[in-house]
Design a protein around this ligand. Structure first.
Ligand code: SF4
Length: 323
């Protein structure tokens, strides 16, 4: 059993049996704030390159820190993470069995077979953002080609009030390749000029229809879907964190939180156990309506039924390569 699976079992015991629910399992590492695109719904902080970026060595320290923590899934995101010249080095460093490594990309470098081949040796799951707002819908027509590289692809599609009725075609194309699709709601930031966020009730209706019909092709958990209509899990917690490109930890997330330390210097467990983190968690729970996507998706793991179903789906995908 690899280290990441032992960590997953320890995480389960600590959170579900011992009540230490501040142990996180999922880390979104935003390794850069540079991007080759400027999507309408994106927070400019994530494409303007204004967030301080850590050096390769500093980011490796962050990875070491996470290796010693409860984090089981490490997702490299941005900005566009492949704009970092050291991205292959960082992915390779993380891919030693300590984590399930994911890479989230808008795909602009995936046309290069040599790069793709190197990526496929260093990650477990490729998260490919495809939708109208990334201007790359055509990628759905040629999606199955990633099978040649042995990649497990999870398409990430941002759902807005304008494309919510076009989702089924996308799900069908993803299903043909045996991949998964995650439908993420656009978030309107306070200063967003264009309002894109989908209506919650409508999003609930569409997601439950698609999940009922296409099952595990949809990566959204039932727990997340039910939360859209206000049916939250009994214990409303989160098992996800976001990390900035310089290693800073905004807590509980980058939208509602504040930086509580830097993971190239401070142990994650100590930061999460601090008085400040406890206070911020308390505030987050009082304001559950503003929960970010990842909090809701991971909070649904507090239902053993939802967790078992999710683990079954992911296990099947990891071992058979088919969603
Ligand atoms: S590709 Fe991603 S990071 Fe870049 S602008 Fe679009 S949403 Fe933002």
């Amino acid at each position: 059993m690899t280290n990441r699976n032992i960590k997953a079992i320890k995480w389960f015991i600590n959170t579900q049996l011992l009540g230490k629910w501040y142990n996180v399992a999922y880390a979104t590492f935003k390794v850069t704030s540079k991007c080759n695109l400027k999507c309408t719904f994106c927070n400019p902080a994530y494409y303007s390159g204004t967030l301080e970026e850590g050096s390769t060595e500093r980011l490796k320290k962050v990875i070491d820190n996470l290796r010693d923590s409860s984090v089981v899934v490490l997702s490299f995101e941005g900005g566009e993470p492949t704009t970092r010249p050291d991205i292959l080095d960082l992915l390779g460093y993380a891919h030693d069995g300590s984590f399930y490594v994911m890479l989230t990309t808008n795909g602009y470098r995936l046309g290069d077979p040599s790069f793709l081949s190197k990526i496929s040796e260093r990650i477990d799951f490729l998260h490919y953002s495809i939708d109208e707002y990334h201007w790359n819908l055509k990628a759905l027509d040629n999606l199955c080609k990633f099978r040649e590289f042995g990649l497990k692809v999870n398409v990430q599609t941002v759902v807005t009030r304008y494309n919510i009725n076009t989702l089924e075609d996308k799900v069908k194309k993803v299903r043909e390749c045996g991949y998964k699709i995650l439908l993420m709601p656009a978030v309107d930031y306070p200063d967003s000029k264009v309002k894109l966020e989908p209506d919650k009730e409508q999003f609930y209706q569409v997601l439950s229809y698609l999940k009922g019909k296409y099952g595990s092709t949809l990566n959204n958990s039932w727990g997340f879907i039910r939360a859209l209509k206000g049916e939250f899990p009994k214990r409303l917690t989160s098992y996800a964190i976001t990390i900035y490109p310089n290693g800073d930890l905004p807590y509980p997330d980058d939208i509602n939180g504040e930086v509580i330390g830097n993971l190239s210097q401070n142990k994650l467990g100590e930061l999460l156990n601090s008085y400040r983190a406890k206070e911020l968690r308390r505030k987050m729970m009082e304001n559950s309506a503003r929960y970010e996507y990842l909090h809701l998706q991971t909070a649904s793991f507090n239902s053993i039924k939802d967790l078992a179903e999710y683990a079954r789906e992911m296990g099947k995908w990891a071992f058979t390569g088919k969603a």
